[in-house]
Design a protein around this ligand. Structure first.
Ligand SMILES: NC(=O)c1ccc[n+]([C@@H]2O[C@H](COP(=O)([O-])OP(=O)(O)OC[C@H]3O[C@@H](n4cnc5c(N)ncnc54)[C@H](O)[C@@H]3O)[C@@H](O)[C@H]2O)c1
Length: 258
C-alpha cells in the first residue's frame, strides 16, 4: 500500500533520529533517497547502509539556513536521480530559554533552522516538483510544541507553530500540484530528546521510564513510528490527505508528559 517505488525523495535532517529512520524506510519501500544534513560522517555511513540493504540512496551535505547550500542539494538530487517527487522537510533544532533571555543567537539558531531553513527548502524544491505531471509531496515535521506551551521553550514552540501555518499555506498556494502535509511528533526517542535531558540530575533511563508511564501508549515514540507514517503520507495511498498535520504522540493529547 505504501509503495514508494522509484519516487525520488529528499529527507532533510535525514541522517539522525526520525530523519535517518525515514531515509532507511523510504529506501526499503523502493524510493531513491537523498539524505541531506550537516552530518557528513553519519551521512556517509547511512548512504552505505542503504546500499548494503539493496536500496538506492545518497548523502548530500546541506545547511538549510544557507540558500546556496539548499540550491546545491536540489541540483545534486536532480543530477543524480533525474527528478524530484517528494521532500521530507525534517531538519530541526531544539532551543531552550525564556523570552526574557531572548537574543539574536537563539533567534538565528531556532528560527534560522526550523523556519527559514524550511522556507528555503520549500522555495527550491517545490518548483522542481511542480514540473512533474503528478506534482509532488512536501511533508514537514512540526511538533506538539506548536500546540502545547512547553515551559521555557517559547521560541521553539513558536517556530513549530509557524511550520504548521506553512503546511496549510503551501497546500493552498500550490494546489493541484503539491500535496503539503505535516507530522506532529510527541516524545520520540532520538538524539534530540537525549539532548533535552542534559543537565537533569537523574539518569536518562529513569526519566524516560517516568515519561513513558504518562503516555497512554505506555512507551516513548520511536523514530520508526515516524518513518512508517511519513512513508504513508509520501505514498499515493495518502493522495487525499492535504493541508493537514497528523499527530503522533501515543495519545498524550493535551497532557504533556514532562
Ligand atoms: N525527538 C522529539 O521528541 C521531537 C518531537 C517533536 C518534534 N521533533 C522534530 O523532529 C525533527 C527531527 O528531530 P530528531 O528528534 O530526529 O532530532 P535529531 O537531532 O536526531 O535530528 C535533527 C537533524 O537535523 C539536522 N540539522 C540540524 N541543523 C541543520 C541544518 N542547519 N541544516 C541541515 N540539517 C540540519 C541534523 O543534522 C540532524 O540530522 C526536528 O524538526 C525536531 O524539531 C522532535
Amino acid at each position: 500500500m505504501n509503495s514508494l517505488q522509484d519516487k525520488v525523495i529528499i529527507v532533510t535532517g535525514g541522517t539522525s533520529g526520525m530523519g535517518a529512520a525515514s531515509s532507511l524506510h523510504f529506501a526499503e519501500l523502493g524510493a531513491k533517497v537523498v539524505a541531506a544534513s550537516i552530518q557528513r560522517e553519519e551521512g556517509v555511513a547511512l548512504e552505505l547502509k542503504i546500499q548494503e540493504d539493496g536500496g538506492e540512496g545518497k548523502y548530500v551535505y546541506v545547511d538549510v539556513t544557507d540558500e546556496e547550500s539548499v540550491k546545491r542539494m536540489v541540483a545534486e538530487t536532480v543530477k543524480t536521480f533525474g527528478r524530484l517527487d517528494g521532500v521530507y522537510c525534517n531538519a530541526g533544532v531544539w532551543g531552550k530559554g525564556l523570552v526574557t533571555e531572548f537574543d539574536e543567537r537563539i533567534w538565528n539558531k531556532v528560527m534560522g533552522v526550523n523556519v527559514k531553513g524550511s522556507l528555503w527548502v520549500a522555495k527550491h524544491c517545490i518548483p522542481v516538483m511542480e514540473k512533474n505531471d503528478k506534482g509532488g509531496v512536501f511533508l514537514t515535521t512540526t511538533s506538539v510544541a506548536a500546540q502545547i506551551a512547553f515551559p521555557a521553550h517559547a521560541l521553539y514552540c513558536a517556530s513549530k507553530a509557524a511550520l504548521e501555518a506553512l503546511v496549510r499555506s503551501l497546500a493552498v498556494d500550490h494546489a493541484g500540484k503539491i500535496r503539503s502535509v505535516g507530522i506532529s511528533p510527541g516524545t520520540i526517542e532520538t538524539p534530540m530528546l537525549a539532548e533535552t535531558c542534559d543537565g537533569w540530575e537523574r539518569p536518562i533511563e529513569e526519566l524516560y521510564e517516568e515519561v513513558a508511564k504518562k503516555i497512554p501508549a505506555r512507551r516513548l515514540g520511536q523514530p520508526e513510528d515516524i518513518a512508517r507514517t511519513a512513508a504513508f503520507l509520501m505514498s499515493d495511498a495518502a493522495s487525499y490527505i492535504n493541508g493537514t498535520i497528523i499527530v503522533l504522540d501515543g495519545g498524550t493529547g493535551p497532557l504533556p508528559p514532562w
